[in-house]
Design a protein around this ligand. Sequence first.
Ligand SMILES: [Zn+2]
Length: 509
Amino acid sequence: MILRVILALLIAVHSSCQEHGAFKVFRVLPTTNQQLLQMIRLFETADTDRADFWHAPSVVNGTVDIMVAPEHTDQFRQYLEKHGYTFQVAIDDLHKLLIEKEGNLSTHSNDDAFFLKRLHDDVGFHSRLRMGEYYSYSVLSTWLERIAENMPDIAKLIKVGTTIEGRDILGLKFGKDTPDKKIVVIDAGIHAREWAAIHTASYFINLIVNGREEDPQIQNYLDNIVLYIIPVLNPDGYEYTRTDKTNPRARMWRKSRSPKACAFDGVRNSCCMGVDLNRNFDFRFSEIGASRYPCSEIYHGPSAFSEPESKAYSQFLTSLKGRLEAYITLHSYSQLWIYSYSHRKFTYAPDIEETRRVAAKAVQELGRMYGTKYRHGTGPEIIYAFSGGSTDWAKETLKIKYSYTIELRPGYEGIIEWNGFVLDKNQLIPTAKETWAGVTVVLDEVTNQWKSSRVRESELSRLRQEKCSDRLPGCAYWLQSSPNICRFSQSTMVRDCAKTCNLCHMIAV
Ligand SMILES: [Zn+2]
């Protein structure tokens, strides 16, 4: 009932379509269980055009950030007051803020042409993209192609799949691939508006490509693991956020750009484009923290893997099964290091202790650089319960050891100027640097475990060779009279005639 009132209220005002005031971001603090439940229901049912949740409700006295369109701000404020919510306006004029913070960024097609020309014409790979900037998907894609062309020894271009609008989802594969090496996959940009995450993944690529000669740690990764980085998983959505960069409706788009779907929301039949790809994975699909309403920002889509982007990505990750040791997906914001499972509290994978140990170490390492404070835990422990996400699916289906969702800056503590998704440009590189410091903890674990397993293997092999002998004297004679005896009676022959049967590698040491 309460929900219907909220929706009716918002729709009534919407129909008048008066553009007055500005897009605002409200910071709401639910202080009772009832208020929290009310916020959660609104989160799961609200039309993004009216109430766009930047930070979802999680616990009583936990912050909720909601962007509200100009024509709804008065009513929304009245609603909050009427129900006794504690709240403040965190961003008073988002349009103005976007002009201030991102208005001068290179988002024009002319700049695109400039960067594309530079990437094409620069000989000998001098086309380092300057970090601390945002680029179009065509510039980023061309950059990846140029890296692969110019540095075939360290990087290969990979195509994960094709989006609904026909864009290639591209990434790079680093390191020489051999069948015994472990694989790490890092992605970003499954949510279109999370530009800081896309920048961070691009920064990682730039660091590996241009910093490997000075940094032995990077060279160590290239030698010992295979690392995939896919900087923009949802390029259609990302390009949409760049179409009208100072318009909050476009810039704050989160989902893919799949065609309109409709559903009756209790008041009317609403039709909207896009699916939240990070609710579309086949893990407890549609159970919690996801919406069946296409106009919701967390719309999960008609069925699990209904979207070409998530389906292709799941197939790509599945093709690495068995060797895929770590999977990290970059999001923003909240400064969190999240692990499985996120659909229900106290639901963990069997290796939770190890998952938690490495997360704690990563968060500590990340904080060492600039003092940025991260929290770690499962979704319901530190943010909110949700299902259909990529890392939970990967953890459950592919049995990946380290599967993490990282929510980058900003957080809430000690922030002088808080702008949510509109991260100040001068914070982009520090954000990427500290995140890399955290990610290296995971990369080091994978690398060191692989190295020590190789050392163990070679030590075992040496011991086996040393200990390998025939326990009985007649082995040669038996083999001569029965040539298949080693194969057919293998366990007996490992015990009695290991040397003659060439079964030294199987003896217990
Ligand atoms: Zn996200």
